[in-house]
Design a protein around this ligand. Structure first.
Ligand code: G4P
Length: 194
């Protein structure tokens, strides 16, 4: 997605060969115009999949998910990472280990918001090792829902998450695929020329 790649090139800060900081438009401050375009792009990519619900993870997955939900006309559920005062119902949970942060989180979604009739589109901001997306797949599938696809804003293609998810049979669509951060700037993977 050209607009997203230009934004990454202009404002992304390479912290080290593994980490890209995008706090000016995705992870801290949010660019609503870019998020709206991202929502349209996800909706276009997954429009044939009869999506009934979007599932994401707090916090940075929420903005692109809401814009995609608006385009597709479906609700957005976000898995919680922290205990919530109001989350009193029965929960679907999954343990997610972050290799980046070296910590494990139990993520949770109320059973009220997912059912076996759902065709779920999973959306997240970053794909690194794929553990968050896999946890969301386990939660969706635990409810009997079908995972119709996974939409990622920025995939770090040099880490193993993309391969792991695609080899597990999931359709993964990433709007910007970064093949390397090693030279101090983001290098994008060539898009297939049709
Ligand atoms: P994984 O889920 O693909 O295995 O990724 P990992 O554990 O490595 O990532 C943990 C957190 O770090 C996630 O955010 C993820 O989005 C973020 N992350 C991973 N790589 C990068 C990167 O290169 N740049 C940035 N900016 N973030 C990265 P989180 O803890 O869920 O944070 P948030 O959603 O609350 O913002």
């Amino acid at each position: 997605m050209k607009m997203l790649k230009e934004k990454i090139a202009a404002e992304g800060i390479v912290l080290n060969e593994n980490v890209l900081k995008v706090d000016s438009f995705l992870n801290h401050q949010i660019d609503p115009v870019l998020m709206a375009a991202i929502g349209k792009e996800f909706a276009l990519l997954f429009k044939a999949e009869k999506i009934t619900k979007i599932l994401t993870l707090e916090s940075s997955g929420i903005a692109p998910s809401v814009m995609a939900g608006l385009e597709l006309g479906v609700p957005v559920v976000f898995a919680r990472k922290r205990k919530s005062l109001t989350l009193t119902e029965e929960l679907y949970t999954a343990d997610v280990y972050s290799f980046t942060k070296k910590e494990s989180n139990t993520i949770a979604v109320s059973m009220k918001h997912l059912s076996k009739e759902d065709h779920v589109l999973i959306i997240d901001d970053f794909l690194a090792n794929g553990q968050a997306a896999l946890g969301l797949c386990r939660i969706a599938e635990g409810s009997g829902a079908k995972v119709a696809g996974i939409g990622i804003v920025i995939e770090k293609a040099f880490q193993e998450g993309g391969e792991l998810l695609r080899n597990s049979g999931y359709r993964v669509e990433s709007l910007a695929e970064i093949s390397s951060l090693a030279g101090g700037s983001a290098v994008f993977k060539e898009e297939a020329k049709i």
